[in-house]
Design a protein around this ligand. Structure first.
Ligand SMILES: Cc1cc2nc3c(=O)[nH]c(=O)nc-3n(C[C@H](O)[C@H](O)[C@H](O)COP(=O)(O)OP(=O)(O)OC[C@H]3O[C@@H](n4cnc5c(N)ncnc54)[C@H](O)[C@@H]3O)c2cc1C
Length: 425
């Protein structure tokens, strides 16, 4: 929702947003907008794609289902439809996102990739410039562009001379496109494992590169989600004890994964997740294919050749395609200028649960490394914080956990408009 539009001194179309500007209409942006709407605060959601949840709609493979049971992936204020399975498919998740946006009257402005956002201390507002040249102004800026905004592509020596096809998992749809091929899958996280599994189902021959150690856990133990068990145990037991229980269960159900080339890290799975963000792999069938020799596990790549790859252990192989299952990274550093909230990698400076609020009305949602559960926690906090300011009508800037008034921000927002009186927001 935007209150008025004018042209600024440079002739750019300049719009005063009536509420906070939310950048990104993925689950995190929608969750914040919904929580704000629920508290009577309008928002302006800018999205570079032409749909909500674009990651799920355009950059995920066909067979993707939620990795975690649905009760851990619900957004605030509206649960999944009762008829959805325990692990909704990506299509069901997208349908849920669309229904969620409709329920809270969220109408993102699509096709607006934010190129620059910076705080204008004189005007006391965030100045957000989209690639269309439009400028949006607000006292609050909520960054909701996600931890997975752009593919992370590693330096693989010689990759440029490879004669076959090279794609990142964000472009992978189905193994049917690789039928009969020898495929090198670089990476052994959840995506690498699932893509390798999918390739097998379509009669391709995946070779999965395992460079680092990895925790593989069963998705369920006796029909109960491993993640759910971990969450329940953590209420009663110390983290290290929970990790030991998970590893014992994994050993009983999956056997010794070291034997098939998947070395376990020394640190337990939850401790590792909390300290580095590295997610354990929840096995959905790939391990059985590794044991059966349908997915070959290989050492790190020394160099890519014109027809394949040479590995660190001296082995060589010919491949038709290379799939980079090498994860994603934040794009925040490319467009957010200034502010103390983010590191140079585009992740919050402060660890969960304190990374959602910065100074000068800057917020972040969905950068907790805790998936959609972290998103919900951030969204609720942000909406409560902004709505308090919205109701009081005062502009407050938060920093370092303390709250203080900024004298120069107590006057009405005065954007650099030309030839027209500025509107107070
Ligand atoms: C394959 C896969 C499976 C996953 N499974 C699960 C799961 O089961 N459970 C779970 O909790 N989490 C899962 N996740 C993590 C998942 O990404 C997040 O939980 C969720 O999508 C994060 O939502 P988000 O809104 O923060 O980010 P995103 O979904 O990435 O949405 C960000 C939005 O911002 C937009 N955007 C980016 N840059 C700009 C810009 N400059 N200007 C305007 N708009 C911009 C993007 O187009 C996008 O629509 C999975 C991730 C992947 C990749």
């Amino acid at each position: 929702m935007c209150s008025r539009t004018e042209r600024d001194a440079e002739g750019l179309q300049c719009t005063l947003a009536e509420g906070p500007i939310v950048v990104g209409a993925g689950p995190s942006g929608l969750a914040v907008a919904a929580c704000l709407a629920n508290l009577g605060v309008p928002s302006t959601v800018l999205e570079k794609a032409h749909c909500v949840a674009s990651l799920w709609q355009h950059r995920t493979y066909d067979r993707l289902k939620l990795h975690l049971p649905k009760q851990f992936c619900e957004l605030p204020l509206m649960g999944f439809p009762a008829g959805f399975p325990k692990y909704p498919s990506k299509h069901q998740f997208v349908a849920y996102m669309e229904a969620y946006a409709a329920r809270f009257g969220i109408r993102p402005i699509f096709g607006r990739a934010v190129e620059v956002a910076e705080f204008d201390a004189a005007g006391c507002c965030w100045r957000v410039v989209a690639q269309t040249g439009e400028v949006f102004l607000s006292r609050w800026l909520v960054v909701a562009t996600g931890e997975n905004a752009q593919p992370n592509t590693p330096e693989l020596p010689g990759l440029e001379r490879f004669g076959g096809r090279v794609i990142h998992t964000s472009s992978y749809k189905s193994g049917r496109d690789f039928r009969g091929e020898n495929v090198l899958v670089v990476g052994c996280g959840n995506s690498g494992m699932e893509v390798s599994f999918d390739l097998c189902r379509h009669y391709a021959r995946p070779h999965m590169v395992v460079r680092n150690s990895v925790h593989v856990l069963p998705r369920e133990v006796l029909g109960v989600s491993t993640f759910g068990i971990a969450m329940a145990l953590l209420k009663w037991l110390p983290l290290k004890a929970v990790d030991r229980i998970l590893l014992a269960a994994a050993h009983i159900i999956l056997g010794d994964t070291d034997r098939v080339g998947l070395r376990r890290p020394k640190t337990g799975p939850i401790e590792l997740k909390n300290s580095t963000g590295k997610t354990p792999v929840l096995d959905v069938g790939a391990l059985a294919h590794i044991r059966a020799g349908k997915i070959k596990v290989t050492q790190g790549v020394k160099e890519v050749t014109r027809t394949g790859a040479r590995f660190l252990d001296g082995a060589e192989g010919d491949f038709d395609s290379i799939i980079l299952a090498t994860g994603y990274k934040s794009n925040v550093p490319s467009w957010l200028k200034g502010g103390d909230l983010f590191t140079k990698e585009g992740l919050p400076n402060k660890p969960f649960p304190n990374g959602w609020r910065g100074e000068d009305g800057l917020y972040s949602v969905g950068f907790t490394m805790r998936g959609l559960q972290g998103t919900s926690s951030d969204a609720i906090n942000i909406a409560a914080d902004i709505s308090e300011q919205w109701r009081s009508g005062a502009v407050i800037a938060q920093g370092g956990g303390s709250t203080h008034r900024r004298p120069h921000c107590q006057r009405p927002l005065r954007p650099p408009l030309q030839g027209a009186p500025a509107a107070a927001v």
